[in-house]
Design a protein around this ligand. Structure first.
Ligand code: ATP
Ligand code: MG
Length: 226
């Protein structure tokens, strides 16, 4: 089992009132699964994804990623997991505007401990994979939204992570471009990638083979098989 999370609570202390974003969530995923996380705005989807991606820690609960107990792991171990084992794709692409496409895809290698030798080849493969070989010197401002999201996907893929996390990856794209991006996710999945993708769109969730629904920080009892 790649992801084993039990009884996750997340409290954000904000001024006078604190927000309980997650109120006891169990989430499991095997290697090779493609899971969609659905639910209304504010239900805790992004919070869950950040915790699964070790970008945030839960306030309480248990989380084991790829056999490692995340809550007791050192900062060093967590940074390494984030850099080598997890690829994150955001709704707003999160590219560095001053860097070229190639340099954006290269970025994770500065944090990774994976062998330098493989680097240029893996970057080239990832860029080819998303169909942007003829754009490597472009900067984000010279690319379309769909192309920027492809760069973000190439950046997530280049280090060959065990887990790909995507937070509304098609949220800022028109439906045709969104379908192209989802086609890429389907391809990655059929090649064995483990994917957890947040969406509020049922049509997008259909690309996954399992859906988990959140409501008000909890899992809805019925998880829909699609
Ligand atoms: N950094 C933060 N500080 C304080 N409260 C937060 C923080 N991040 C999220 N929250 C609160 O936690 C709750 C869950 O937020 P979260 O972003 O996980 O929801 P979401 O399901 O991703 O929503 P959306 O569909 O709008 O992206 C919300 O009530 C939100 O206001
Ligand atoms: Mg969100």
């Amino acid at each position: 089992m790649l992801i084993e999370a039990k009884d996750l609570f997340k409290r954000y202390p904000t001024g006078r009132v604190s927000v309980d974003a997650l109120k006891g969530i169990d989430f499991f995923a095997d290697e090779g699964e493609f899971v969609a996380v659905m639910g209304p705005s504010g239900s805790g989807k992004s919070t869950l994804l950040y915790i699964l991606g070790c970008l945030e820690l839960p306030t309480s609960g248990f989380y084991r990623f790829d056999g490692m107990d995340v809550l007791t792991a050192s900062d060093n171990a967590l940074s390494q997991i984030r850099a080598d084992a997890i690829g994150f794709i955001f709704q707003t692409f999160n590219l560095v505007s001053t860097l070229t496409l190639y340099e954006n895809v290269e970025l994770p290698f500065y944090y990774s401990r994976k062998p330098e030798k493989a680097k240029p080849q893996r970057i080239a493969e990832a860029i080819e994979r998303v169909g942007l070989k003829d754009r490597i010197r472009h900067r984000p401002s010279e690319l379309s939204g769909g192309e920027m999201q492809r760069v973000a996907i190439a950046r997530a893929l280049a280090v060959r992570p065990k887990l790909i996390l995507a937070d509304e990856p098609t949220g800022n794209l028109d439906s045709k471009t969104g379908k192209e991006i989802l086609g890429l996710f389907s391809e990655m999945h059929s090649e064995g990638a483990t994917i957890v993708m947040v969406t509020h769109d049922i049509a997008v969730a259909h690309y996954a083979n399992r859906t988990v629904s959140l409501k008000d920080g909890k899992i809805e009892p019925v998880s829909v098989e699609v």
